[in-house]
Design a protein around this ligand. Sequence first.
Ligand code: HAM
Length: 425
Amino acid sequence: MSKIEKLRGFKDYYPEDMQKREQIFSIMRETARNFGFLPIDYPSIELLEIYKIKSGDELLKQTYNFRDKSNREVTLIPEATPSTMRMLVARKDLIKPVKWYNIPKLWRYEEPQSGRNREHYQFNVDYFGETGVEVDVEVIALACETLDRLGLKNMYTVRINDRNLMEKILTKIGSQNIPSSISVIDHFRKESVESIKEKLAREGINGENLEKFIEFLSRSYPLSDIDEAFDKIGLELLNDRDYKEMRSELQSIYDKGYENVVYDPSTVRGLSYYTGIVFEGFDNEGKFRSIFGGGRYDRLSSLFEGQETPAVGFGMGDAVLENLLREKGLWQVENTEVSYFVIGMGKEGKKRAGNILYDLRRMKKTASMENSDRNISNSLKHASSMNFSHAIIVGEKELKENSITVKNLNSGEQKMLSLNNLSEL
Ligand code: HAM
């Protein structure tokens, strides 16, 4: 029989990596709960239609879509936002604000590369029904707090922009087609400056405007430099409402203790449903792709059912996080769990060991048993190599005395314990 191959762009996870993944997911869930968000879930397959509404052409091209047996055009979900929105608009009785999170598996048929797979988990957080600086800040701060708790404090930067502000800038400098200019800017860091210039010129941005704009896009700005940058570009936006709001969001995030936050004019986000603030998190050295991305999308609900509901959220993928944690030496999980390997000697010893094994499990202790015919010294070696912290030995002496020998496999220390005192373990 020929070897069964794994599909390109998909990954297997063995226990040594699953332990870390479970730890990451539990930190994500706990942080979301601490910020007052509640868990939801949705199917992994949706009608393709809902991505045609507003996800944008790029994502639509990447869907794993097919016709089901009733000839409906369906797809494995490539992102979580439309499903979350579908759930929100289906329930009129929900008291706002609605704050939800989930860690779904998503599928995108894109070119597999470092930090991008065809299947990934994405921590999604969304806040519905309220607007204002502090609402946006809460969502961005949650992304930062999650990374801090994963041990990445001071190792990442959040780049923030505002789509409305960008539209104003683009209009003032001559863009004839805002959405198309936004998608050119979305490729700013991925393409050569020459190619971006050419494309922006085709959008109607020329001469000194183009030169100044390219210079403006080429940098990101910490709080201390934003006013100067906007002064320099000379479009009289320093008193603009969106400018002031974006600025106070940066200030507020900084004041909350998440200090690596900058204004970045080239962060516009590829997905077309964003309407206000947009943001992305990157590792400080710029080695990897985005760790998380999100923004405000107040108009998406109206495309689902006609009524606008304020919405802001983000998605944080597993792949870049894994790359970054590995690079920083934070991937290994130190095994601190107390666990028991029960070894019975002889027929009677094994029988007693079997009973003890189930007593331990009912006591919610992690325990397995020697089911092979190794001698005691090989059993102990095996227990150590399987990372058990303790061995429990039931030999002739222990049988006679109704006791067990408990051996700490790290220190080598051992003691006898009466079976009546098993709860002392
Ligand atoms: P997105 O920028 O497409 O946004 O994805 C968000 C994050 O998911 C990225 O920053 C990256 O960490 C991760 N990601 C995306 N594609 C892949 C991939 N192929 N492999 C591994 N990781 C990936 C959204 O999906 C929005 N729906 C997020 C959102 C939620 N906006 C509001 N609420």
